[in-house]
Structures are given as structure tokens and as C-alpha cells.
Design a protein around this ligand. Structure first.
Ligand SMILES: Cc1cc2nc3c(=O)[nH]c(=O)nc-3n(C[C@H](O)[C@H](O)[C@H](O)COP(=O)(O)OP(=O)(O)OC[C@H]3O[C@@H](n4cnc5c(N)ncnc54)[C@H](O)[C@@H]3O)c2cc1C
Length: 400
């Protein structure tokens, strides 16, 4: 790809300079000149009213893909110690929506061993088909064997969309598979929709430090691959449905992998389970100081909630890191999220905005958290929360 300026057509107006976020174009002697900071994004091409900027997009070495050959939505399930990761169920919910919009089938792919007894349960979450790649060695995760097997399966079956959990393992094999397939991959998506005009997958994710939500499409390659963080979408209701199960036996042995698993060490379990919590009370800088978090704990105790917080509260050492909600913390979808003294920065919102009901307590009526809140209480949390607790206790004692 290259960008050049036709100096005959260039009027030197500078619209291109203003449009470039990288300082990749300058006006010298009344003519636009491309600098070494240009990253070929093409913003200047669109800004130029004189058609003086020429964007040559010859795609050297990239094969033209016959998009019509690709059909269907796939979800890749991961597992640990024989348990399917919950993100697989959440992706099945979103995958079903996408498949219905495209009028195609939804397939769940599992690479593992001893899942025979779980297939019936798994078939209740929206898939039309389950591909079960069975191999003793795949009881554990092998980066290279996942990459090889999935690349082979995708090449053979040609799904148009492949969804993967943005977990430690998903983040490992997804880009490897995408590279081998020459496919586009968008990591850590917070939104997935079908473009009604082109049927391409719109993949939304935070970018530029979370300050902008970018919607990305991969119109020229297939499959369209996306990873999604656990908790971004909801697990669908279980419903009995007829599912076609395809078992493929792979005769892998340890010799087939460059990795040898010596020991599987259990991760230390986090004391809080924000991702599965039904109610979360979260505190922000507005709480004031570490000692004041007691008030958040009291409210959480009164309603049986887990405690979360903004990144600021983690940085200030008021709460542990595993309680941080947001882009660089946990993505949560509780039934009730009470945000106390949290401004509602985009990096926080992406981690909690899919909660069923959001209540915000903030003394600033223009705090952005109120844009996503279903109920807002404008006031000092040190007055509002004790009043809430008192009322909750009254209601509870009246019920007893
Ligand atoms: C790359 C990147 C990643 C990030 N990741 C995350 C992330 O994962 N999670 C996250 O949370 N942030 C994240 N951030 C930080 C984010 O941008 C914000 O700085 C942060 O969320 C602000 O936290 P806060 O709302 O607690 O504090 P502030 O923005 O300072 O807001 C405090 C709020 O409390 C209110 N308040 C003050 N006193 C009271 C009172 N007595 N009663 C009621 N209200 C009161 C104020 O009106 C204000 O709205 C990230 C930033 C970057 C650049």
C-alpha cells in the first residue's frame, strides 16, 4: 500500500494535515507532503476535497477470498479440569443471535477428552451442531495442537465467523489460528453485530486507552474472528433442542507437540467472584479514603452483594486488584450494580454497562455514570448510603 500526493491537484489547503492523527502529512511550499510518520490509515484521502491524495491498495501476496464459500458461526469452547469455561455459554448466546440474523447454523467446537457425558447439557445453549474433537492428550491445553487442529477444521468447514473467549488460552491460540488462516481477528470485543447492508461482522472494542470505541470489520478475509472477554455477554437460558453431534477422533500423542506438560498448578482462587455475582456494590474515588470503604462493605452486606471498585480505588490501595471493574479489570453483568462515587469513565463503563440494573450515587449531577444508570441518586454517598442501609434493614425486619 502507498499514499502519494498529486501536486498538480493539491491546493495546499491543509485539510489533510488537520485530518491526520499521526503527523503523517505536512504542507510544504503550498503542497502536501507525506512524512515518515504516515501509517497509511487513509484519513487524509477522505479529507482531501481536491482528490489530490492517491491511496494505492495493491495487496501484495494476499489471495482473494471467495467469501460466498464461508457459512456459519462457530464458538470455540475452552475447558479446565473437565469444566467448560462459562465464556463458551455466553458466546453461544451471542453466536445464536448472529447466526439467526444471517440465517446460518451455529456450531460449538470442543477439543478435549471425556466430554461425552456433557454433550447433552451443552446442546441446550443454542448450538445446532457440536464438533467434538476427541483426543486423550487434549484433556490439557496445548497451544500448538489447538492451533493446528482449529486451523485444519476451519480450512475444511469454512465458517464465516469464529468466536473465542478472551481468556489466557483463547488469547494464545486465537491469533495463531488467525495468522495461519490469513484472517482478521479483533481482540477483546465488547459488541458484535451484523451489518445489515453487507452481512459483515461489526466488532466493537475499546481503543486508544479505552477513550474511543472502535468498530472494526474484516470485509476481505474469512473467517471473521473475534475474542470476547468473559462476562461481556449473558449466558442464554437452557432449552432442549435437537443438535447434531460430530465426533472427530485425533490420535495425538505428546510427541506431536513441542510442549510437554510437566505439572498443572492450580491458580489461587480469588476471594471475590465478581464475574458470577448477582449484586455488586462498587466504590470509586468519591468514597474518599480506604477506611470509608466500610460504608460500601456495610451496604454490600445488607443486600448480599460482592464488592467492586474503580481502578482509582485499586491504585490507591483501597481494594485489591481482583475487585477492579472495567477495561483492565473484570467485566461484570450482575442483576444489580450500585456505583458509589464513581464518575463513569469509559474504561469503567465497558466493564459494567451490561448489568441488568445500574444504580448510581454521585454528588455531581453531570457525572457520566448517570448516562448508563437506570436509577440515579444525586447526593453525598456518606449520607445516601447510611439512609439506604437503614431503609433496607427496616424492610427486612418488617418481612421477618
Ligand atoms: C488504559 C486505561 C485503562 C483503564 N482501566 C480502567 C478500569 O478497568 N476500570 C476503571 O474503573 N478505570 C479504568 N481506567 C481509569 C479511568 O479512566 C478513570 O480514571 C477511573 O475509572 C476513575 O475512577 P473513579 O470514577 O473512581 O474516580 P473519579 O473519576 O475521580 O470520580 C469520582 C467521582 O466521585 C464523585 N464523588 C466525589 N465525592 C463524592 C461523594 N461524597 N458522594 C458521591 N459522589 C462523590 C465525583 O463527583 C466523581 O464523579 C483506565 C484508564 C486507562 C487510561
Amino acid at each position: 500500500m502507498s499514499i502519494t500526493v498529486d501536486s498538480e491537484l493539491c491546493s495546499g489547503c491543509g485539510a489533510c494535515v488537520a485530518s491526520c492523527p499521526y503527523g503523517g502529512i505536512e504542507v510544504i511550499d503550498d503542497k502536501a507532503c507525506i512524512t515518515e510518520d504516515c501509517n497509511l490509515c487513509g484519513a487524509c484521502v477522505e479529507a482531501c476535497t481536491m482528490d489530490a491524495i492517491i491511496w494505492t491498495k495493491e495487496e501484495v501476496g494476499i489471495e482473494k477470498v471467495d467469501l460466498s464459500q464461508y457459512k456459519g458461526v462457530w464458538v470455540i469452547a475452552e475447558h479446565y479440569k473437565g469444566n467448560i469455561h462459562k465464556v463458551a455459554y455466553q458466546l453461544l448466546g451471542k453466536g445464536r443471535e448472529l447466526a439467526d440474523t444471517l440465517h446460518v447454523s451455529l456450531t460449538l467446537v470442543i477439543l478435549g477428552d471425556a466430554f461425552d457425558d456433557q454433550l447433552e447439557e451443552l446442546s441446550m445453549y443454542g448450538a445446532d451442531e457440536i464438533i467434538y474433537v476427541k483426543s486423550k492428550i487434549l484433556k490439557n491445553y496445548y497451544s500448538d495442537l489447538y492451533t493446528k487442529t482449529l486451523t485444519e477444521l476451519i480450512t475444511e468447514n469454512k465458517p464465516e465467523i469464529v468466536l473465542i473467549g478472551a481468556t489466557a488460552t483463547g488469547r494464545d491460540f486465537a491469533p495463531r489460528v488467525a495468522k495461519r488462516l490469513n484472517a482478521g481477528l479483533t481482540a477483546d470485543c465488547t459488541g458484535l453485530e451484523i451489518d445489515p447492508k453487507t452481512n459483515n461482522l461489526f466488532q466493537t472494542r475499546p481503543t486508544f486507552g479505552g477513550n474511543i470505541m472502535a468498530t472494526i470489520r474484516t470485509p476481505n478475509s474469512r473467517p471473521q474472528m473475534a475474542t470476547v472477554r468473559p462476562g461481556t455477554f449473558k449466558k442464554p437460558e437452557a432449552k432442549k433442542r435437537k443438535v447434531n453431534i460430530r465426533q472427530i477422533d485425533y490420535d495425538y500423542s505428546e510427541k506431536d507437540s513441542v510442549t510437554k506438560i510437566v505439572k498443572v498448578i492450580n491458580r489461587e482462587k480469588s476471594k471475590v467472584n465478581l464475574e458470577d455475582a448477582e449484586i455488586i456494590v462498587a466504590g470509586g474515588r468519591g468514597v474518599g479514603k480506604k477506611e470509608n470503604f466500610k460504608i460500601i462493605e456495610e451496604l454490600a452486606e445488607a443486600i448480599g452483594a460482592e464488592i467492586g471498585g474503580s481502578r482509582v480505588t485499586v491504585e490507591l490501595n483501597w481494594i485489591p486488584q481482583d475487585q477492579q471493574v472495567g477495561q483492565t479489570g473484570k467485566t461484570v453483568t450482575p442483576k444489580l450494580y450500585i456505583a458509589c462515587g464513581i464518575s463513569g469513565a469509559i474504561q469503567h463503563l465497558v466493564g459494567m454497562e451490561n448489568s441488568d440494573i445500574i444504580v448510581a450515587i454521585n454528588k455531581d449531577p453531570s457525572a457520566p455514570i448517570f448516562n448508563v444508570a437506570h436509577y440515579g441518586i444525586v447526593g453525598d454517598l456518606h449520607k445516601v448510603i447510611p439512609a439506604l442501609i437503614e431503609n433496607i434493614k427496616k424492610v427486612k425486619s418488617a418481612e421477618d
